[in-house]
Design a protein around this ligand. Structure first.
Ligand SMILES: [Zn+2]
Length: 245
């Protein structure tokens, strides 16, 4: 299927679908305030999409998030299927060597595991832009299997930073301490600031896997006031107007 792309302020934004699948029973309580009884109904599936985004601007190729990764990735224990980002990139004519910059919205296993391929960086010519607050926070397999192999290629950010003219990494903490969105004009590649469409109507609804739910809600409220379109990590459609609330 052709990818719906957008051009915003001269930047081409291409959604890439890393995976789609039902979440396991152990993660069926994502939004405690959302459903009567605080959970999904017996047998009801929560189908989650996993999106990464490619940006092309001024001859540069930028990848925002790298998805679930392959069969042995840290996300393999819970993600519905392995990620297919390499095939998605190939389908839009991008080889791993072509990527100049990878921006990781945060260091959760479904957003950053595709950084590595074999024993080293999956994108050999890229810098990997990550907030220092996430590097200070990350532990376990994400530290050992994902951050360690790309350590020499990191571009460590301390808060909101303009990455390229008109493309800004905005520190949006809460989901993780160093969560960041990538903002181009009135569009935000929003990572996991918003997990479910219900949070567009009520940004105060918290998510079980937010590191600091109150802070996440403040970041979410501010983001929804700041931009007109979200390119989310997990909604079924890659682009969602914030006016959908
Ligand atoms: Zn996520």
């Amino acid at each position: 299927m052709p990818h719906e792309t957008k051009i915003v302020s001269g930047v081409e934004v291409v959604p890439l679908c890393d995976a789609v699948g039902p979440m396991g029973t152990h993660i069926r309580k994502p939004l405690p305030e959302m459903f009567p009884g605080g959970t999904f109904e017996e047998g009801e599936e929560w189908i989650l999409h996993f999106h990464c985004y490619l940006l092309r601007a001024a001859g540069r190729t930028i990848l925002v998030d790298t998805g679930i990764g392959g069969t042995g990735s840290p996300a393999a224990s819970w993600a519905p299927v392995p990620g297919r980002l390499p095939e998605e990139l190939s389908a839009v004519g991008v080889a791993p060597e072509d990527v100049d910059l990878v921006v990781l919205t945060h260091l959760h296993s479904d957003h950053a595991s595709g950084c590595v391929g074999g024993d080293g960086p999956a994108f050999p010519n890229a810098r990997y832009a990550v907030q220092r607050a996430d590097l200070d926070w990350v532990r376990g397999p994400m530290l050992d299997q994902v951050v360690a192999p790309i350590r020499d290629s990191l571009q460590i950010l301390d808060g909101t930073t303009e990455l390229l003219p008109g493309i800004t990494a905005v520190h949006t903490p809460g989901h993780t301490p160093g969560h960041q969105t990538v903002e181009v004009g009135d569009l935000a590649l929003s990572g996991d600031v918003v997990l479910h469409p219900v949070q567009l109507r009520d940004p105060s609804i918290t998510y079980v896997y937010d590191d600091d739910p109150e802070l996440a809600a403040r970041s979410r409220t501010a983001l929804l006031e700041r931009v007109a379109v979200l390119a989310t990590g997990h909604f079924p459609e890659p682009f969602t107007p914030t006016s959908a609330r």
